[in-house]
Every structure is written in C-alpha cells, then in structure tokens.
Design a protein around this ligand. Structure first.
Ligand SMILES: NC(=O)c1ccc[n+]([C@@H]2O[C@H](COP(=O)([O-])OP(=O)(O)OC[C@H]3O[C@@H](n4cnc5c(N)ncnc54)[C@H](O)[C@@H]3O)[C@@H](O)[C@H]2O)c1
Length: 354
C-alpha cells in the first residue's frame, strides 16, 4: 500500500514548471503555507521574472533544468507537481517533438523521482484531452475526440500519454499519482504574446490595437482565475485517499469569445475595433468543465467571478506594459534583467543529476 505524506506537516515540494504562469502562483501559495519549494524550469515559456520576488526566500530554490534531463535530485522531496510544458498552441507547436518528449520522457523522469523519494505526484493535464468534444459539458469519463495526427497532437496526445503513465504507476502501486485536467485559466503573469485568448484581448485593448477573434467568436470557453486553480491543485494533492481518477478543475461559467471581448472592451478604455480571422485547425467549438467530481471529492469550486478576475488581470497587464514603456527601467538585481537564466543568484543552484 502506498503511504502518503502526513497532512499539515512542513513538506519539501518540487514544482516542475515553477517559473511559468500557473507554476509561479503555485510556488507562492505553497511557500505561504510554510512549505519548502524547489522550482525546476528550463525557461522555455516561463521566466525568472515570475519568481524574482522569491529568489531570496529562505524556503525557495530555483533550478534551471529541462525535465527531459532530470534523473535525480540531491535532496528528498515529499511531493512533486508537474506543470512543466508549454501550454499555448504557438509555443507547444514551435517544437512539437520537444512538447511530446516533455510530456512523456519528462513526466516519466519525474515519476521515477517520485517513486525513488516516495513522493506524491500531481500531473497537470488539460481539457485538451477531450479534443473537440462531442459531449457537453465535459465529464471526466468522456473519452474525448482528439485528432492524433494533427498539429495539436503533440500536446493533446502527449498529455493523454502522460495521464496513462501516471495511472500505470498508480495501479502498480509505485507512485501516489494524481491527475488534474485543467480548463482555461487566466490571471497575472500570463505572457503578453503567447496567443491565449484572455491575454491577447487584454493586451490588444490596452495597446489600442484591434482585438483579434478567430472564427465567428461564437465558440465558447470557460475561464478560471488562477487563484481558484491553485486552490484546486493543492486540494487534489492533499486529498486522502487518492481519488484514483482524473479530476476536472475549471470554472463552469461558459462565455462566447465575443462576450469575453465585449467585457474586455467595457473594462479597458479603448477605441479598438474587433477583427475576425480564420479559425485555426482543430480548434474546439465548446468547452465547459463538469466539476461535480471536484466538488464531491475535494469540496472545491471556483470563487472568483470572471469580471473580478479580469479586473485583476487587466490591472496587472496595464502596470507591466506601463513599466516596459518607461525609458529608464526600474533597477533589477544583476543577472536578473530580462528572461533571466542566471545560475549564480542567491537561491539558484544546479545540483540536479543529469
Ligand atoms: N493555463 C491554462 O489555461 C492551462 C490549461 C490546461 C493545462 N495547463 C497546464 O498547466 C501547466 C502550466 O501551464 P501554464 O499556463 O503555467 O504555462 P506556462 O507556459 O506559463 O508554464 C509552463 C512552464 O513549464 C516550463 N517548461 C516547459 N517545458 C519544460 C521542460 N521540458 N522542462 C522544464 N520546464 C519546462 C516553461 O518554461 C514554463 O515555465 C502546463 O502543464 C499546462 O499544460 C494550463
């Protein structure tokens, strides 16, 4: 029988992808709970700027490493969250082979590490495992409609393979593995240029550029604020016993892209017009999580309404765009200017075995 870490004790927690959008918020939340956090990230789509305020935190350590190369760690860990993977289509399609390897080889490496340390493991999967769904809303027992040879397959099928690996390790009683299927999440620290709909529309509106909508804009999405997602990730990692099945985490509120654009335009003073472009291949028409399982097993449901989460996100993007526009940028510690990859900062070390 797999033993899991005692609830409530101070733990050492590895967050792969910890310098990314969601990962950095997860690091914040785990540190705030008094845990020790080791973030591993190769800075493919994340940046040191996301964790800069944590670099001098005594309980935080940042390791620059690709999870495809991680074979060992020089200290014991109690839990591993695997969030490492480019998450937006332009980024995961830029090097699709690396995306697939990250999902399969990288997840395999981290599962092996979890087995070695007896650590609980949480895999960040995605609503993309449902593909362009024929069932609505999506329940976890829906098997999905994914094009396994299309341009999104590196991500969709990679994540499906990673889920399979987790459940194989769990069935074999080798790792206490858990799988969360994350639906669209937004908030501060999203990258301005990564092609995700919320950040795209906000940045375009703030810069007075036309708002770009793909397709008719009548396709729907659900939008979960990042603090709600992080609460769900921690709840799934900590629930006892292991649910032994994937759990959807997302906000079931469903909006068309046109409705989202109208909200952004109403909240950002802008003269921006809306332009419609062709829909990318295999783009899903409808997305909405059924979160009954998360409610029942974790007692979790989202708390932040879209208008409130958009307000925080718009304010954050407005401040960061204003900061970028300043001629003399705010002084930053040496080695941390830009998408830092410095290896000699306090708190930055590289003793992961290759
Ligand atoms: N944000 C969402 O709406 C959403 C939706 C579904 C699933 N997810 C999943 O959640 C996780 C985090 O997503 P995010 O939105 O924070 O994306 P992100 O791109 O901001 O974060 C991913 C992080 O992983 C790092 N990374 C990528 N490949 C790596 C590798 N091989 N080795 C080490 N680090 C690597 C990146 O540098 C980045 O810091 C991803 O696994 C993603 O698939 C996110």
């Amino acid at each position: 029988m797999l033993q899991r870490t005692e609830r409530g004790k101070t733990k050492t927690i590895l967050v792969a992808g910890g310098a990314g959008f969601v990962g950095s918020h997860l690091c914040d939340a785990l540190l705030a709970r008094g845990h020790r956090v080791i973030a591993v990230d190769c800075f493919l789509t994340g940046s040191e700027a996301n964790v800069r305020p944590l670099l001098n935190h005594p309980n935080f350590r940042l390791i620059e490493r690709d999870i495809c190369e991680v074979k060992s760690l020089d200290e014991a860990v109690d839990e591993i969250y695997n969030l490492a993977c480019a998450a937006s289509p332009p980024h995961y399609q830029a090097d699709p082979v690396h995306t697939m390897m990250t999902c399969v080889v990288g997840t395999g490496n981290l599962l092996a590490l979890a087995e070695k340390h007896g650590a609980s493991f949480l895999q960040a999967s995605t609503s993309e495992v449902y593909g362009d769904p024929e069932e609505h809303p999506q329940r976890e027992d829906y098997r999905g409609s994914v094009n396994c040879t299309g341009p999104r397959a590196c991500y969709d099928e990679g994540k499906r393979a990673a889920e399979a690996l987790c459940f194989d390790m769990l069935r074999a009683e080798r790792v206490d593995a858990r799988v969360v299927r994350i639906f669209n999440t937004y908030g501060p620290r999203m990258q301005p240029n990564d092609g995700r709909i919320v950040s795209n529309l906000i940045v375009q509106a703030l810069s007075g550029k036309p708002l770009t909508i793909y397709g008719t804009g009548e396709q729907t999405r659900s939008f979960c604020y990042v603090s709600d997602l992080v609460a769900g990730l921690i709840a799934l990692m900590e629930v006892n016993p292991n649910p032994g099945q994937p759990v959807n985490i997302g906000n079931p509120g469903e909006f068309t892209i046109n409705e989202l654009a109208e909200m952004v335009v109403a909240m950002v003073p802008t003269d921006s017009s809306i332009v419609y472009n062709p829909l990318p291949k295999d783009d899903p028409q409808r997305r909405r999580p059924d979160i009954s399982r998360a409610k029942e097993l974790l007692g979790w449901e989202p708390k932040v309404p879209l208008a409130e989460g958009l307000r925080h996100t718009i304010d954050w993007f407005a401040a960061s765009l204003a900061d970028e526009a300043k001629p003399a940028r705010r002084a930053v510690p040496a080695g941390l200017n830009g998408h830092g990859k410095s290896k000699d900062q306090p708190g930055v070390s590289l003793p992961l075995g290759a």
